[in-house]
Design a protein around this ligand. Structure first.
Ligand SMILES: [Zn+2]
Length: 180
């Protein structure tokens, strides 16, 4: 096995997940739709897939952060995640756990409630801001695109665009078939 060469250095968490994401964006020149798998690899994280991921209390899980031999960080992703954009987000979320406080996780499928779970907010904030790396560009796109176009453009789940808009004060005019 090729030894992992760490190209990205961990920065000490500064207590603000949005600014924390910004540091990685600036330091490593991350742009829209960047390769999040490569980002994980360059952080020294092994990304593995499993057919079926469950929490200890048997809930469907999509992602997990754990440590092999107590030192090697591994992110486990579930084959049950259907959409490509959800895979990117789940990986970014687990990376957030690793960078922010390193605690192992067993994250339930966020489709259910995890996106809006207060305990998960800082990890989601980091993930969202990492995957939408340019705020000015977003503001410009917001005025021109529908919510599903934004999700496609940034390769993120629609739910994530909804959260990003909510947290950043972007208000969508109601459009037929776009919002519930
Ligand atoms: Zn989590």
């Amino acid at each position: 096995m090729v030894k992992n060469i760490m190209k990205i250095t961990k920065i000490k968490y500064n207590g603000n997940p949005k600014l924390f994401a910004r540091k990685y964006i600036e330091n490593y020149g991350l742009t829209r739709a960047f390769d999040i798998f490569k980002f994980a690899k360059e952080l020294g994280i092994e990304v593995l897939w499993t057919e079926r991921l469950r929490t200890t209390d048997s809930k469907v899980a999509w992602g997990q952060l754990r440590y092999k031999n107590k030192t090697q960080p591994q992110i486990i992703l579930s084959d049950e995640i259907v959409y490509e954009n959800s895979i990117r987000f789940t990986l970014a979320h687990e990376i957030a756990h690793y960078l922010i406080d390193e605690k192992g996780t067993e994250d339930i499928a966020w489709k259910i409630k995890f996106m809006f779970d207060k305990k998960e907010a800082k990890y989601n904030t980091f993930a969202i801001n990492l995957l939408i790396p340019n705020e000015d560009e977003y503001a410009d796109n917001f005025s021109k695109m529908t919510i599903s176009q934004l999700a496609t453009h940034y390769q993120v789940p629609i739910t994530m665009i909804e959260l990003y808009n909510k947290w950043n004060g972007y208000k969508y005019k109601k459009q037929k078939g776009e919002m519930k």
